[in-house]
Each structure stands twice: as C-alpha cells, then as structure tokens.
Design a protein around this ligand. Structure first.
Ligand SMILES: [Zn+2]
Length: 268
C-alpha cells in the first residue's frame, strides 16, 4: 500500500426536500408528531494536490420533477463552485445506486465508478421485482450503469477496498444490500462519510433508522461500524442532514449554506 495522503473534504448541497415531517425520517414514529424536518441532498468531494475523488452523483431535473424534489443546481454547476470540472473527474465513488446518489453519473464522462459488487447484484436481481424495493431506483440509471460495466468503467469492491491512498470504502448494507460508506484521511484525522448509513445525526444517535430498509439488523450495526472507523463521533458526516451546513464552515462567505468544509473541526 502506498503512503496515505491528506485530503481536503467538502459536502456540496444541490437539492432539498422541504415538505417533510419527522415521521417521514424515522422507522419508529410518534403518530402525533408533525414537526417539519427537511432533508438536504449532497455530493461530497475529496481533493489533494493532484487528485479529485467525487463521492456520489446526485440526481437531475427530470428525476426531481418526477419525485417532487426541489433541485437547486446541477451537479456540474455544484462542482464548479469549488473549481472542479465534472467532465474531467476520473474517479467517482458510488455509495449505493438509489436515484439520488447515481442520477448524475452521465455528467462524468471520463470517470470510473467505484461500487460494491453486491449493490449491482441487488439493483439487477430478484429484489427489484417489487415496488417497495425498486421505488428508490431508476431503471434508466441502472441500465446505463450496466453499460458502464461493459465499457470497463466500473471498479467493484467486495467489503473493504482502497480507492486512493487515504480513501477507503467499507461495505455496510442495511439501507440497500450493497451500501458502502467512505473513510477519508484529512488534517483532522479520519472522517467518515456515512451517506445513507445514517441519513440524519438523529438516526444513528437514537438507533432509529430512516424508513427505507433492506436489512434492519445491518442498518443498526452500521451505526457502530461508522463509530469504529471515525476518529471521534464528530468525524461522522450523515448523508442528508441540513445541520452539516450549520456546523461546518463554508470555504468562503459566498458559498455559505451550499458548501461545507469537512476537514475542519465542526463548531459544536
Ligand atoms: Zn438511499
């Protein structure tokens, strides 16, 4: 193994879902609780002197209108805010194949996609025969990823793997069969991008999962896996929590509320 590198790490928000209540975001709910609880959509970016790794690809306008989501900027535009050209990105980690994580993959024509073998199996096999399982997948995204496989543009992992020095993927399952989280070495130590291993801080802190679940036991164990791999609990970044933009600083004032710098200690 090559010596690990230190990466700068960003969360970039590209969309939001504002009309949600707490009961939409937890498995165990209080039927009387209708408190609003919006959900944000992010992609993440790790940069070093000579490399850029993008984590997840968001979704596009057509998927947004089909699912009643509010897209704020395209993935290409989102990346340009931190001086990254999506067309030139060579490596994209895909945490799982849900529409809001793979939907922008066509914006990365030069990229190789890094995903778990079990996720491709999940998205193309018998589990997709029922609406309740296939609801968060888009057939267009999945067929296009199969094309990428035939073109040699997909690197598969089975468990743990190194994508670049200092960046590893970790299969965890739970939310989908092949969900993986990403561990990145930064100047404040190892930061773990949970993606949908924990949508919100509250999901893991209360062991009360987001209600899209393939395997409940793996979902619950996933919270422990995140803690094992992160330097401290302040080094875990949930996949969809608006709080991330409040507690991490923006790289500059103009990007406040859009980009968070995750390699800096959060302010709470
Ligand atoms: Zn998901």
């Amino acid at each position: 193994m090559t010596n690990p590198k230190i990466w700068e790490l960003y969360a970039v928000k590209y969309a939001t879902s504002i009309n949600r209540i707490r009961n939409d975001n937890f498995l165990n709910t209080d039927p009387h609780d209708s408190t609003p609880m919006p959900l944000d959509y992010y992609i993440w970016v790790a940069t070093s002197e000579d490399q850029t790794i993008v984590i997840d690809t968001g979704f596009d306008e057509s998927e947004a209108s089909a699912r009643g989501r509010n897209i704020q900027r395209s993935i290409t535009e989102s990346l340009s805010l931190i001086q990254i050209d999506a067309k030139k990105v060579e490596n994209v980690i895909v945490t799982h194949l849900h529409y809001d994580h793979i939907g922008g993959h066509a914006e990365f024509p030069s990229a190789k996609f890094h995903l778990q073998e079990s996720e491709m199996h999940f998205a193309t096999g018998p589990h997709m025969c029922t609406d309740v399982m296939n609801h968060s997948f888009s057939i267009e995204h999945i067929t296009s990823m199969v094309k990428n496989v035939f073109e040699g543009r997909v690197t598969f992992y089975d468990g743990v793997g190194q994508v670049a020095p200092g960046i590893t993927v970790h299969h965890v399952g739970g939310h989908t069969m092949g969900l993986q989280f990403v561990r990145v070495l930064t100047k404040r130590g190892y930061v773990v991008l949970a993606s949908d291993t924990s949508h919100f801080y509250e999901n893991m802190n209360q062991a009360n999962p987001f209600p899209i679940i393939f395997n409940l036991d793996d979902t619950i164990r996933g919270y422990e896996r995140l803690r094992e791999k992160a330097e401290t609990k302040n080094h875990i970044i949930p996949g969809h929590d608006p709080i991330v933009l409040d507690i991490y600083p923006a790289p500059n004032e103009r990007l406040s509320g859009i980009v968070a710098k995750l390699d800096i200690q959060p302010n709470s």
